[in-house]
Each structure stands twice: as C-alpha cells, then as structure tokens.
Design a binder for this molecule. Structure first.
Ligand code: PEP
Ligand code: MN
Length: 267
C-alpha cells in the first residue's frame, strides 16, 4: 500500500498554519518551552524570555505521559489555563499534548495546536478524532515506529479531513543506550524528498542530553527539517520534568543565530 495522501505526487507541499506562523514554508520554525507546565510564575517568565528571543511557538505539557506512574503527571486542567495565560501575556501561540481522547474538548479550549505524543502514535481512535477537527497537530513518531507506520498514522488524521499535520521526529529506540533515543535524521531526509508533509525535529527527547541538543538541532536543519521543537527553561536544572535534556534560553538564542546562518546556505 502506498502512502497516498502524503506522497509528493498527490499534490502541493502541505503548509501548516498556526496563527501567523507557517510550518513547511521557507522559514524554519522554532517551538520551545518547558517539558511540563510548572506554575504561572515560571511559565510566564519562560514565555516572555522566549518571545524576547524571537521563538515562534510556545510548548508546555499539562498532561504528561510519563514512563513511570510515580513521576509528575502534569498540572492537567490547571496547567492548560496557566499555559494559555502565559502565552497570552507573552503574545505567543501555544502547542500542548493531548494524551487521552476524553481530554480533547478541554485541551481545545486552550491550545492553538495539538501534540499527539510518541506513546499515542498508534492510538488510532485518538488520531481519527483529531482528524475531525480543524486544528493543526504535531504527530510525534512512535518510539518503535517505522517511517511507513508513522506516515500511515498521519494519514489516519488526514483521512478524516484534517490536513494540518506536522510530523515530528523525536528519536527511536535502538540498542544504543548512551543517549535516551537515537535521533533518526534519515527519516527527515526521506520525508523532505518523497513526501509533502512538513517535518520538525525534537533533539531534546531524541538525545536526552542537553550538551548535545544544539548540535543535533543544526544537524536536523541540515537534513532539511522545517523546524525544531526544543525543551528550554529559565533555570533548566530546576525543571520538574526532563531537566537533563532542557537547555537555557540563552543557548537557544545562540542556536537560533546558527539556524539562520544554515538556512541562508540553502542546502
Ligand atoms: C513531549 O514532547 O513532551 C513528549 C512527551 O515527547 P514524546 O511524546 O516524544 O516522548
Ligand atoms: Mn519532555
């Protein structure tokens, strides 16, 4: 079976629009923010710093799909309200994850863009529900999904009428365990060459190591990614969730300059 809806032969490249931001066009889009929404004060501080840095979209998880049930599960509805308030104060659009089909309505009240996480890439009923909406969505690659399975997951959403889908490579599980995941940039090169759906890269979950996040961001852009999603925090060591892979906003500012430089090379 062919991936009919996403194949370049089936139409123009898809552009995904989130307020004034376009993913899949000439500009590389940077999405950033903490792994989890922690409090209004911290979220507002981060959002304002990111706006100042020129970041395009704010991220933050209110519903956290944690591997361990004993880890922080997110502030849930309270987190959504905080995220929206911080984003509005800063003047940024916001993306957040929907983990459960039963939370969809609530999440939609606050989010400009939805994220379907790695653990839910195979949740076809959630994908179909998201497909019935008109809201843009980031579809992360399942941690053990092949490229084909991931494309089919995107088509589960698109088949219902929602073509506002952005793929996100976030690394896959391999025998390598020095890094949290193995960031598969092959997928990015293939998608850009053969498919018409935008793809962004998440080197935070892709590596799990903050020291190598900037280099892998640049590698992703060199591979052709339409943008990046990066976990950042004003005080990364204090981040409640995923501190080890969270970078400082200052690091993001430096990185952004290099992304622009790389983009100007038109690789
Ligand atoms: C996230 O981006 O917050 C997240 C949980 O990522 P993933 O679904 O890729 O593990
Ligand atoms: Mn995280």
């Amino acid at each position: 079976m062919k991936n009919l809806l996403v194949d370049k032969k089936s139409g123009e490249n898809i552009l995904v629009k989130i307020k004034d931001v376009i993913i899949g066009g000439p500009e590389k889009v940077i999405i950033s923010g903490p792994c989890a929404v922690e409090s209004l004060d911290v979220m507002t501080e981060i959002a304002s710093a990111l706006k100042e840095a020129g970041i395009d979209i704010l991220r933050g998880g209110a519903f956290k799909p944690r591997t361990s049930p004993y880890d922080f599960q997110g502030l849930q509805e309270e987190g959504l309200k905080i995220l929206r308030e911080a984003a509005d104060i800063a003047g940024l659009p916001v993306v957040t994850e929907v983990v459960d089909i039963r939370d969809l309505e609530e999440v939609l009240k606050y989010a400009d863009m939805l994220q379907v996480g790695s653990r839910n890439m195979y949740n076809y009923s959630l994908l179909k529900e998201v497909g019935k909406l008109k809201v843009p969505v980031i579809l992360k690659r399942g941690m053990s999904a092949t490229l084909k399975e991931w494309l089919y997951a995107a088509e589960y959403i698109m088949n219902e009428g929602n073509f506002q889908v952005v793929l996100c490579e976030r690394g896959i599980r391999t025998f390598e365990n020095y890094t949290r995941n193995t960031l598969d940039l092959n997928s990015v090169a293939v998608i850009k060459q053969k498919y018409r759906i935008p793809v962004i890269v998440d080197p935070s979950h892709g590596t799990g190591i903050r020291e190598i996040v900037p280099q892998m961001c640049l590698a992703a852009i060199a591979a052709g990614a339409d943008g990046l999603i990066v976990e950042s925090h004003v005080r990364p060591d204090n981040a409640i969730s995923d501190a080890a892979q969270t970078i400082k906003i200052e690091t993001l500012v430096e990185l952004q300059k290099k992304v622009k430089l790389l983009q100007s090379l038109n690789l």
